[in-house]
Design a protein around this ligand. Structure first.
Ligand code: DGL
Length: 278
């Protein structure tokens, strides 16, 4: 967290990063809930996926990205990736003198408030499930919670192929969540940035009785509160609309196409950088 003596410019941009395109679901919520804030987004499209990589590798990548974002003078960093939040939040919090926020705490807290029977499902990448981070945060809130995790590694490529409403994805989803359906869960955390894009399909598969929690939404609320508390929310000059910058480590055109399909804003340019330089 920010050291007391650090002077941070409240009009500086918020740095948001993900292993690729998925974090745009978090950026989208920040844009909706804080339309005055400037954002610098980095998607690590050259090294995606993080979900199948080791903790040490994800920490190394996250550190490089934080260094890059600091060159853009960001006032806070949002780790808009569940896997990177699970593995690298603690490290970045300790190393950075600006606020760093992950998506797991917000998602877990919402699920804790939502559940009535204390039985919560978590679907995420293998890395996030194996880290046990959602479980840890939920148990800190209430040790009596029963938590059931399920890694769904095929969801990320299916979303990236644009198959969000396809019968193949529905069939894959049915197989993945079959176990969870017998556990009597009433709440399910969409613990991966891509999964909110499968919301309609997951709703169909899980039924109306199970509440789906999207950590992106709550993360944006938490960020807004944090910036206000610290006096770091942008003092907008209405004649100057918020600026959004996008950087990736590979395939800028492909990223931009995807960004334009999900953001409520026209992404004019995406710059490719060499993240290994940071
Ligand atoms: N952004 C990742 C997450 O939320 C999903 C994609 C990946 O595996 O890198 O866990």
């Amino acid at each position: 967290m920010a050291a007391e003596h650090t002077i941070i410019d409240r009009n500086a941009p918020i740095g948001v990063f993900d292993s690729g395109i998925g974090g745009l679901t978090v950026a989208r919520e920040i844009m909706r809930q804080m339309p005055d804030e400037n954002i610098v987004y980095f998607g690590d499209t050259a090294r995606v996926p993080y979900g199948s990589k080791s903790k040490n590798t994800v920490i190394r990548y996250s550190r490089q990205i934080a260094h890059f974002l600091r060159t853009k003078q960001v006032k806070a960093i949002v780790i808009a990736c569940n896997t990177a939040s699970a593995h690298a939040l603690e490290v970045l919090e300790a190393e950075q003198d600006i606020p760093v926020l992950g998506v797991i705490k917000a998602g877990a807290e919402t699920a804790a408030k939502t559940t009535k029977n204390g039985r919560i499902g978590v679907i995420a990448t293998r890395g996030t499930i194996d880290s046990g981070m959602y479980e840890q945060v939920l148990r800190e809130i209430d040790p009596e919670f029963r938590i059931f995790g399920k890694a769904c590694p095929l969801f990320v490529p299916l979303v990236e192929e644009g198959l969000t409403h396809d019968f193949i994805t529905e069939e894959v989803a049915r197989r993945y969540v079959k176990d969870l359906q017998y556990k009597d869960i009433d709440t399910m955390i969409l613990g991966c940035t891509h999964y909110p894009l499968l919301r309609t399909l997951l709703r169909k598969v899980m039924g109306e009785e199970v509440t789906l929690v999207n950590p992106a939404y709550e993360t944006a609320i938490e960020l807004k509160q944090l910036l206000q508390e610290k006096g770091l929310d942008r003092q907008a000059d209405r004649s100057e609309p918020a600026k959004y910058e996008f950087y990736v480590s590979d395939l800028a055109d492909q990223f931009q196409e995807f960004a334009n399909s999900i953001l409520p804003y026209d992404v004019a340019g995406t710059e490719q950088i060499d993240i290994e330089d940071f």
